[in-house]
Design a protein around this ligand. Structure first.
Ligand code: NAD
Ligand code: MG
Length: 391
């Protein structure tokens, strides 16, 4: 923080979380300033963001987008490109907080670089903690930096445990909307299309996490994320389906008391909290009116039909690089489903097959995680080709 202003590097600024973060900045210019932005292929949006927020530099990973951005705003800002552009920006010393909002495994190395450089992290990119939780938690201690979750469930848990003794947390209860196919049988989800899976009932998000929400893999990744963030075993992390997405998660304490955090489903609220923690700074996001909501309901998740959640628990119990394998196979499977190359139930099958065939190693070094990520992608891609030739 410089003079009370949190200077931000927003990684993945053109995405759903990136845009919500910039809206938080837009509404509170006295508290936040943007120093760096990064984007992949959406050149028009990145150009507009550069013109509005005047960052010192931007990293553009897609080559076609890079030349468009350079042509439009190359005289106003430094432009970095190429494979190490993200880590180069992440390692710079003139910002306070990285908003880690890239999607998928691509977020890992920039986030690790920022922690090594002593930056606080506002983390949306849950995949980073899923694949390298042990390494990240070790690095945070070593560098004495804070990692604040943006994910609404984990922001809720953090807000529930503030001021409580660590030993008093007995159980974490993550809420899940259940996604667009809640209540359907295995037969009823066999042929669902990408367009149907992309219709999330409560949240507007990037396509990868929206499909993860439909398969319940998103909740599985969040169970693993919660394990690393709060040091709670898998056996003490429950999931309950709560279709209204008003209770963002709950903590049960050792005396039987349960705390929950509530709010309208708006990612600006947990982003704002991650960027202002441990303070609370007033904001005028939409307020919750429980009388308007009327009813809050809860049900058990269906782990048979939505087996991705079961696979995530299994990978967490197995430990080591198993969650990295789960994540890589899921990324391959979701991309294939979105292209129309894999059925919806095929996503879980491809992940299950990868978990069975890719070896599990200790996950104490980044190199092991990167290596298993590559192996799992290769394995899943080969299984996908086999499946396609069979059909
Ligand atoms: P998104 O697809 O909308 O945005 C992703 C961003 O990453 C974009 O800026 C894109 O340009 C960039 N990007 C994508 N692939 C890249 C690559 N290979 N190299 C460099 N940049 C790349 O995704 P999102 O919905 O904003 O989600 C981002 C992260 O936040 C995910 O990990 C997701 O699980 C998590 N998250 C999202 C939400 C939400 O409401 N969207 C909620 C909780 C957590
Ligand atoms: Mg979430």
């Amino acid at each position: 923080m410089r003079n009370g202003t949190n200077i931000l590097a927003v990684f993945g600024s053109t995405g759903s979380i990136g845009c919500n973060t910039l809206e938080v900045v837009r509404r509170h210019p006295e508290h936040f300033r943007v120093r760096y932005l990064t984007g992949n292929s959406n050149a028009d949006l990145l150009i507009a963001q550069v013109r509005e927020f005047r960052p010192a530099a931007v990293a553009v990973t897609d080559p076609a987008a890079e030349s468009a951005v350079r042509d439009a705003v190359g005289d106003q800002t430094e432009i970095l490109s190429g494979t190490d552009a993200l880590t180069q920006l992440a390692g710079r010393d003139d910002y306070d907080t990285m908003v880690s909002s890239l999607v998928g495994f691509a977020g890992l190395l920039p986030t690790v670089t920022a922690i090594r450089a002593g930056k606080n992290i506002a983390l949306a990119n849950k995949e980073t903690l899923v694949v390298a939780g042990e390494i990240i938690t070790g690095l945070l201690k070593e560098r004495d930096v804070h990692l604040l979750p943006i994910d609404s469930e984990h922001s809720a848990i953090l807000q529930c445990i503030v001021g409580e003794p660590g030993h008093s947390v007995a159980r974490i209860v993550l809420t899940a909307s259940g996604g667009p196919f809640r209540g359907r049988t295995a037969g009823e989800i066999a042929d669902v299309t990408p367009a149907a899976a992309l219709q999330h009932p409560n949240w507007s998000m990037g396509s990868k996490i929206t499909i993860d929400s439909a398969t319940l893999m998103n909740k599985g990744l969040e169970v693993i994320e919660a394990h690393w963030l709060f040091g709670v075993d898998a056996s003490a992390i429950d999931v309950v389906v709560h279709p209204q997405s008003i209770i963002h998660s709950m903590v049960e304490f050792s005396d039987g008391s349960v705390k929950a955090q509530l709010g309208v489903p708006d990612m600006k609220i947990p982003i704002h909290y991650a960027l202002t923690w441990p303070d609370r700074i007033a904001a005028d996001y939409e307020r919750l009116n429980l009388a308007d909501v009327g009813t809050l309901t809860f049900e058990q998740p269906d782990l048979e039909t939505f087996s991705c959640l079961r696979l995530a628990y299994q990978a967490l119990e197995e430990g080591g690089t198993a969650p990295a394998c789960l994540n890589a196979a899921n990324e391959v499977a979701v991309a294939a489903f979105l292209r129309g190359d894999l059925s919806f139930p095929g996503i879980a099958q491809l992940i299950d097959d990868s978990l069975q065939h890719v070896p599990t190693l200790p996950a104490e070094e980044i190199d092991s995680v990167v290596d298993i990520d590559r192996q799992a992608r290769e394995h899943a891609a080969a299984s996908l080709t086999r499946l396609k030739t069979l059909t």
